[in-house]
Design a binder for this molecule. Structure first.
Ligand code: SF4
Length: 428
């Protein structure tokens, strides 16, 4: 069995100080409401009430798909013309909607009032509304608020805003024991795999935030160290740090290498046995690397262009270049958090073109000029680029699909090989 896996020195040239092209033009990104799609599946007794327009309702319906077998745990309280013109008191309407909802759905234990562009425009104070309604419905139902508006948030920032609103609700620990918290929504199957791995490594106690049930909020305090599972949680991390918790710097658990380094960071912070680490992680890493090999033959040497969308772009670029041999044409991200992404920047090939924010027309021009083999972008850009002959991957799929950990490494690679294979078949 190999000992603990280290980064090869020749791979660490990195992009830590690389210049970043900062763009502040028009952007083509979903708003933060999209996060409700994966958050409502995760916290199983929570309900997300968007206070918004019909557009918001349509966005949620189409992003969540139509395959709803149980009563949905999200809805939109529509702000209509009467509210907008000030004829009706939107607060009274909201109180009525919430009262009706909670009477009909007694299983709801946590209710989020989610702000949108329209609620911001009419300056509806949802934090006051949440406070007022909590007074009526606590302790049976906790009512919180956050903003998913397109004015304030992009795509994955909705999860950040949601989790940051939950941090003040986390209990203090009952003892001084060191504990690890994994922060960021992971599919249940991935969470279970990581739980088993941490058990095998002898690292614990470990909690996951957000939890599956609002009644089992993990404790947080000065003896909590947290490991981010998602790269878009700046406000949540800050809120946890204000409660005394410490961030463990690490790359993100994408691919065999990323997962190994993420676990290694946890072991370093929490203490752990090197032999135990090697026997638990080594075979899993080798299996994942073997599963990646067949995807590497399809992707190696091909050029990929990543438009800014989910903030997953840097970890994905690292995975695509180091584990699959792809060439990085440009790596865009809506927001570059240098501290949280420091380990990722170190692992990117030196000279990688990085961009932050967006000026969509200029970025499209750069992309067209480069004619990459694969473009990772939002839905709005994918169809026009496909029509121009480029091959695209919808970045939204990378957020909806379980992609973290050893067992998912090949599934993640397949998300990139599939569009190329499809294009080859169509051409044939
Ligand atoms: S919150 Fe704003 S950007 Fe998002 S769907 Fe509603 S109106 Fe559109």
């Amino acid at each position: 069995m190999n000992a603990v896996i280290h980064i090869r020195p020749e791979d660490t040239s990195g992009c830590t100080d690389a210049p970043v092209l900062k763009e502040r033009g028009q952007r083509e990104v979903f708003c933060g409401l999209t996060g409700i799609v994966w958050l409502h599946r995760k916290i199983q007794d929570a309900f997300f009430l968007v206070v918004g327009s019909r557009t918001c309702a349509h966005l949620l319906q189409s992003a969540a798909g139509v395959m709803i077998f149980a009563e949905p745990r999200f809805a939109t309280a529509i702000i209509d013309d009467r509210d907008l013109s000030g004829i009706a008191d939107a607060n009274d309407e909201l109180d009525r909607v919430v009262t009706r909802l909670l009477a009909r759905r007694p299983e709801i234990k946590l209710l989020f009032l989610v702000g949108s562009c329209p609620s911001e425009v009419i300056k509806l104070d949802l934090s006051r509304a949440a406070h007022r309604l909590s007074g009526r419905f606590a302790p049976n139902v906790r009512i919180l608020n956050y903003s998913g508006s397109g004015i304030e948030t992009t795509f994955t920032q909705g999860e950040d805003a949601c989790l940051a609103s939950l941090v003040p609700e986390l209990p203090a620990p009952t003892d001084n024991a060191a504990q690890l918290m994994v922060v960021g929504t992971l599919a249940d199957i991935v969470e279970d795999q990581f739980k088993r791995l941490f058990d095998e490594l002898g690292i614990g106690p470990v909690s996951f935030f957000p939890p599956r049930n609002s009644r089992s909020m993990p404790p947080v305090g000065p003896n909590t160290q947290f490991l981010l599972a998602q790269p878009f949680l700046a406000d949540t991390a800050r809120a946890l740090q204000e409660r005394g918790a410490r961030h463990i710097p690490a790359p993100f658990p994408l691919g065999a290498e990323g997962t190994t380094l993420w676990l290694q960071a946890a072991k370093r912070a929490m203490g752990g046995d090197a032999a135990r680490f090697a026997s638990a992680v080594g075979p899993r890493r080798e299996r994942a690397a073997r599963a990646l090999a067949r995807h590497r033959t399809l992707l190696e040497g091909r050029q990929v262009f990543l438009f800014p969308d989910s903030q997953l772009e840097l970890p994905l670029a690292r995975f695509l270049s180091r584990e699959l041999g792809m060439k990085l044409a440009e790596v865009g991200t809506p927001y570059l958090h240098r501290a949280h992404l420091a380990a990722e920047l170190e692992l990117l090939p030196s000279g990688t073109v990085l961009s932050e924010g967006q000026d969509v027309e200029r970025q499209l021009d750069r992309c067209r000029a480069l004619q990459p083999d694969l473009v990772v972008c939002g839905l709005g850009l994918a169809n026009p680029l496909e029509a121009e002959g480029l091959t695209t991957k919808w970045s939204i799929e990378l957020v909806f699909t379980p992609i973290q950990g050893f067992e998912q490494a090949a599934d993640l690679a397949e998300l990139f090989t599939r569009p190329l294979v499809r294009r080859t078949k169509l051409a044939a």
